[in-house]
Design a binder for this molecule. Structure first.
Ligand SMILES: [Zn+2]
Ligand SMILES: [Zn+2]
Length: 171
């Protein structure tokens, strides 16, 4: 795999109006912190497909695609989780096209691949990182994994036999 590409000068492609190019480059979205717990992207560096089109009125239409796993504890049961996150992000940068046609990741033809890859990955993350979609989580009363013990339940009332025993003991 080639070295990581943090930024890329779109001008070096010398694309004519309406012309496009597809590149494969390495990105590293980094690690993320959720409530003080660290989640790492794995592998740290992945290949991304970058599509670059030179628009007829100048500027560029860009598309970045890659897939990378995220590792960390399941937010429901605390067992290791490794969801695969698929990123498919688009940007348009057209100087003179108005505020909404400027990409925050393009500055004077220089594409900030590192910042875009990280932000796009963060946006693609699920609201909750889980080991599997139907993870049952932990028992809120005793912390037992409900994945391993699906029939697990607590008696709502203390067992009357124990209450009797306590009475006997403390009399
Ligand atoms: Zn889980
Ligand atoms: Zn329990």
């Amino acid at each position: 795999m080639a070295g990581r590409t943090d930024s890329f000068d779109l001008g070096t492609l010398a694309l004519a109006s309406g012309e496009g190019r597809r590149l494969t480059l390495a990105v590293a979205p980094g690690s993320f912190d959720f409530g003080g717990t660290n989640y790492d992207v794995e592998p740290e560096q992945v290949d991304a497909i970058l599509d670059i089109s030179r628009m007829t009125h100048g500027g560029y239409a860009l598309r970045l695609r890659f897939t990378a796993g995220l590792t960390g504890p399941c937010m429901r049961c605390l067992e290791p989780a490794r969801p695969t996150i698929a990123v498919d992000a688009r940007e348009v940068d057209q100087p003179g096209g108005g505020e909404e046609l400027r990409s925050p990741y393009v500055d004077d033809g220089e594409l900030d691949v590192a910042a875009w890859a990280r932000d796009a990955y963060a946006l693609a993350l699920p609201t909750q990182v889980v080991c599997r979609e139907d993870c049952a989580g932990l028992c809120p009363e005793c912390g037992v994994s409900l994945n391993e013990d699906p029939g697990h339940a607590h008696e709502r009332e203390p067992d009357p036999r124990w209450a009797k025993l306590r009475e006997l003991r403390f009399e």
